[in-house]
Design a protein. Structure first.
Lengths: 491, 190
């Protein structure tokens, strides 16, 4: 007994000193890691060592033992992932591998051990097409017959190169990271609603839309976990933000555009009515006051604060070609505008544009501001929306739309949402949407299009080849065509 | 009461009693007739509410609508208009009866089977206080599980009771709870 256990110990020792796994030279180790955008800290965490150890390995020291094997595996894996970027070398790699295979014929059992079946197909290092197996850390086809594109790949290196770079990146994130976080709330709610209604799309959509406001509030809470600022939901608001009468409005001017060009350029033109996608969703990114609004009077604008301001707007001299950034205001004199409108006016009066005089600020109700308050909320919904469009999932699309639009419209004094009483935010977000539309009109004007009309939150009518200015599509940065019509003589 | 304001407003602090702020928010949540009592539409709506059933009439009389049935009928038939003093009486009775009627439902929603409701306490306004006398005050939030005392005092229009109930509630804030005797606003949803 004693003898045999002694030999066991010796055997395990011997297996320990078996040929050391080869590693690339230190400079290449570092290069591989950097090209994969991995930090030392992340690599170190994965390998169970300290980041300074990883630094050591990348400047000349060599790891030993178990951790060396794991490090070698990581570097192999990285090389396999990054290989498609240098597709020109595909043939060389292929040749090398073949040479290796011939040099050291490995027993069949060992080959089987090294073959991993991939859950998410990865691009084959040889041909770039999705392969379901990984051999020795390299995703590739087992059967050479499947490797069809092996020859054409090197022939067209230039256009081919960027394509595989985009494709392997995406699945990498998904494969290693389970979807979690706030986005899951949307997915789960949709799945539950569909299950409740036996897959009836209309009923499920109706049920989801009905629940959109409380769901949006839950999502907001979820996205503020661990955040720096609390959402202050019930501040005491100044009188100007209170409704004057039961049905009336408060005193804040949101600068909603409602402008039609008076004089059209001569001749007949085809006008395209463009619709900005999800304007209120994008407008959630704005400088929002965090806490209670405090009064101040003076002409200085503090960029770190946001709120509402009493200003005398500057004269607008370009009414013929561009809408007035404060909307079409009938009454003259000072008016209460919100932060986005003020910032738009300040920007337009700045040295870059010089389109008008700077506005005169008389008094302000402001609070320290941040642009990030609703940022995670916005990104979550934008992602859910993009995924729904990609998957042609009308239920999720409707649900997301109801969430953000109702969230904005009921965050004020509404009885439908009593969790949040922020009239100021509601005004600011709406104004931001209008300011965004104004900037789109300005962009069209700058690019030589004729702006014919700017209406409401998301409607822009232009003459000219708008496709070179705005991408067409359903994404939040894209526009869709609402209508085309002809104006001018001879129509 | 630790850290409390002994002579509130001596150095220019502004605010209202915490209980009063709670009552304001409860009134906002209770809702009711929005048209002012001075408009005909407003007082007729309130009278209708107060005289719809014999039970309502009894509650209105108990709440201080001390007029004869004959007068009530004349008002309702449009033969006479209530005087300014009567309008005030109508308004007071309406508020009291409305609060009593809504209290039960509000209480249930606020207690939420013992889970309670989170409140936001906005501290008193110190913008007019000279710097040496200013305190470090911040917005506080807390979960209030037991609303019985607050809502009962509000429904009964009992100002003293509201103050006591508020003090009993903010004790949970910690050792500086006395600073929140006066506030600018108390916010919560129901």
């Amino acid at each position: 007994m004693n003898d045999s256990s002694d030999f066991d110990a010796i055997d395990s020792l011997l297996s320990g000193v078996a040929p050391q796994v080869p590693l690339p030279d230190p400079a290449e180790r570092r290069d591989l890691r950097e090209r994969a955008h991995l930090s030392k800290a992340r690599v170190a965490e994965a390998l169970g060592v300290s980041p300074s150890t990883v630094s050591g390995w990348e400047t000349g020291r060599d790891p030993v033992g178990e951790v060396r094997k794991r490090y070698a595996y990581l570097l192999d894996g990285l090389r396999a992932k990054l290989a498609p970027e240098a597709i020109e070398d595909a043939e060389a790699v292929e040749a090398e591998e073949e040479a290796e295979a011939e040099e050291a014929p490995v027993p069949a059992a060992a080959v089987d051990d090294d073959v991993e079946v991939l859950a998410a197909p990865e691009p084959c290092v040889l041909c770039g097409n999705p392969a379901a197996q990984r051999i020795d850390g390299f995703a590739q086809h087992l059967d050479p017959a499947e490797c069809t594109a092996a020859e054409p790949a090197p022939k067209v290196p230039a256009p081919k190169a960027p394509a595989p770079e985009a494709s392997p990146r995406k699945p990498r994130g998904r494969a290693f990271q389970e979807e979690s976080g706030p986005g899951e709330l949307v997915t789960r709610a949709v799945a539950a609603a569909l299950a409740d209604h036996g897959g009836d799309v209309d009923d499920a959509t109706a049920a989801l839309v009905k629940h959109a406001i409380p769901d949006a509030m839950v999502l907001l809470d979820e996205t503020r976990k661990g955040a720096r600022y609390d959402v202050v939901a019930h501040p005491a608001l100044p009188k100007i933000l209170r409704k004057q009468t039961a049905k009336g409005a408060d005193q804040v001017w949101e600068a909603r555009p409602k402008w039609t060009r008076r004089v059209l350029p001569g001749g007949a033109h085809e006008v395209t009515a463009l619709d900005m996608n999800a304007a209120y969703l994008s407008a959630l990114k704005t400088h929002l006051p965090i806490g209670q609004l405090e009064h101040s009077s003076g002409f200085e604008h503090d960029r770190r604060r946001a709120g509402v301001h009493l200003i005398t707007p500057p004269e607008w001299e370009y009414e013929d070609v561009l809408p007035n950034p404060i909307g079409n205001r009938d009454e003259p004199g000072p008016l209460w505008v919100t932060e986005p409108t003020l910032r738009l006016l300040l920007r337009l009066s700045g040295p870059k544009h010089r389109l008008c005089e700077p506005p005169e600020i008389h008094e302000s109700y402001t609070s320290g501001s941040t642009e990030n308050l609703l940022e995670k909320f916005r990104v979550t919904l934008t992602d859910a929306r993009a995924r729904a469009i990609e998957a042609d999932d009308e239920v999720t699309l409707e649900y997301v739309k109801a969430m953000y639009s109702k969230f904005v419209s009921t965050m004020g004094e509404s009885n439908y949402n009593r969790e949040l009483y922020r009239q100021d935010w509601m005004h600011l977000i709406r104004s931001q949407a209008f300011a965004n539309l104004w900037m789109k009109a300005w962009k069209a004007h700058e690019e030589g299009l004729h702006v014919v009309r700017a209406m409401g939150t998301d409607e822009l009518h232009v003459i000219g080849d708008w496709r070179r200015v705005f991408p067409e599509g359903r994404g939040v940065t894209e526009v869709k065509v609402k209508d085309t019509y002809t104006v001018g003589e001879g129509s | 009461m630790p850290e409390k304001s002994i002579q509130f407003g001596l150095f220019g602090a502004r605010g209202i009693k915490g209980g009063e702020a709670v009552a304001n928010q409860l009134d906002r949540l209770a809702g009711g007739i929005a048209t002012p009592v001075t408009a005909k539409r407003g007082w007729t709506a309130r009278l209708n509410y107060l005289t719809r059933t014999p039970h309502a009439v009894r509650a209105a009389k108990a709440a201080g609508l001390t007029v004869t049935d004959r007068t009530l009928k004349a008002w309702r038939d449009g033969k006479r208009q209530p005087s300014r003093a009567s309008l005030e009486k109508i308004e007071r009775a309406y508020t009291a009866v409305r609060r009593q009627n809504v209290a039960k439902h509000l209480l249930k929603r606020l207690n939420r089977d013992g889970r309670g409701t989170r409140i936001e306490i906005h501290p008193l306004n110190q913008s007019q206080v000279p710097q040496p006398h200013k305190r470090v005050l911040s917005m506080r939030t807390m979960n209030v599980r037991d609303w019985d005392a607050l809502v009962t005092a509000w429904a009964a229009g009992d100002t003293g009771g509201l103050e006591t109930a508020w003090d009993d509630t903010v004790v949970d804030l910690g050792s500086d709870w006395g600073q929140y005797e006066y506030v600018t606003n108390v916010g919560f949803a129901a």
